[in-house]
Write a protein that binds this ligand. Structure first.
Ligand SMILES: [Ca+2]
Ligand SMILES: [Ca+2]
Ligand SMILES: [Ca+2]
Length: 265
């Protein structure tokens, strides 16, 4: 208090000298008596009353309004993290999207209309699969086509179905988000009824996932899906983790396109 007063006085003293100097041009003699009388009373009054009054009022006014007000409203406003929303998806990397179900040998319609591949997003992010490719170890290699604008963006832990024929009424009753050109001798993609590979590549030619199957794997009129507890990049490498899916499709075949697989027992 004493030091503060001294400092205050000192300041006032300097100010009074400055004022005096300025006003000396005008008048000159009144100043010395005015200054010492005013200052000591005004300073201690305004000083301590200013300090405690300003600090807590500005503190409490700013802080609580900022915390609950701006923080939560910021979150949805700036989804700076790629993958946070459908509008801001990110690319899928190795193992993040897997081959989850395949219709190899449809019975309701010909294979060139009935084949499809279901992908599963193992992450909690929105992933962009535009320009991704389906391949095998032979001649198959095809850039997946989106069925509608943005349909190749897969939701968190969601499913996406890529079909040889995207017309629901012609493909056995399957809703498709992507399309491949059915070809068995190159220039497209197809699933052999005996043995084959399904390999998903990214737009930058990185392998995302693969699965292979041997003779005796496919079932006529039913898709095959990996059991949900092994729906991972490596879990789907073992044919023992796959089984035929029994959910009814509208035209008589069975499968679970676009939804979680049936459990294999
Ligand atoms: Ca093939
Ligand atoms: Ca795999
Ligand atoms: Ca499924």
């Amino acid at each position: 208090m004493w030091i503060w007063l001294l400092a205050g006085c000192n300041e006032n003293f300097i100010r009074s000298i400055r004022d005096k100097q300025e006003e000396q041009d005008d008048v000159g003699i009144d100043e010395p008596s005015d200054e010492p009388a005013d200052e000591p009373t005004s300073e201690p009054d305004s000083g301590p009353s200013d300090e405690p009054a300003d600090e807590p009022s500005s503190e409490t006014a700013d802080e609580p309004s900022n915390e609950p007000g701006t923080e939560p409203s910021n979150e949805p406003d700036d989804p700076v993290e790629p993958g946070d929303s459908q509008e801001n998806p990110r690319r899928a990397y190795n193992g993040e999207v897997i081959i989850n179900e395949v219709m190899i040998d449809s019975d309701a319609v010909q294979d060139k209309y009935g084949e499809w591949v279901e992908l599963y997003n193992t992450t909690g992010d929105w992933l962009d699969l535009r320009q991704y490719r389906l391949r095998d170890q032979g001649v198959d290699d095809y850039e997946i086509q989106e069925v509608s604008l943005g349909s190749m963006i897969i939701e968190p832990n969601g499913f996406l179905v890529i079909c040889a024929e995207t017309d629901y009424w012609n493909n056995g009753g399957v809703t498709c988000q992507g399309a491949f050109l059915y070809q068995t001798f190159g220039g497209g993609f197809g699933l052999s009824n005996s043995e084959d590979e399904v390999i998903l590549y990214s737009n930058t030619n990185q392998m995302i996932d693969r699965m292979t199957y041997a003779e005796g794997f496919s079932v006529i009129g039913s898709s095959l899906g990996v059991t949900p507890s092994y729906a991972t990049q490596y879990g789907n490498d073992y044919s023992t983790n796959w089984c035929d899916q029994w959910g009814f499709l509208p035209m008589g075949d069975s499968g679970s396109p676009g939804s979680i697989n049936d459990i294999c027992f």
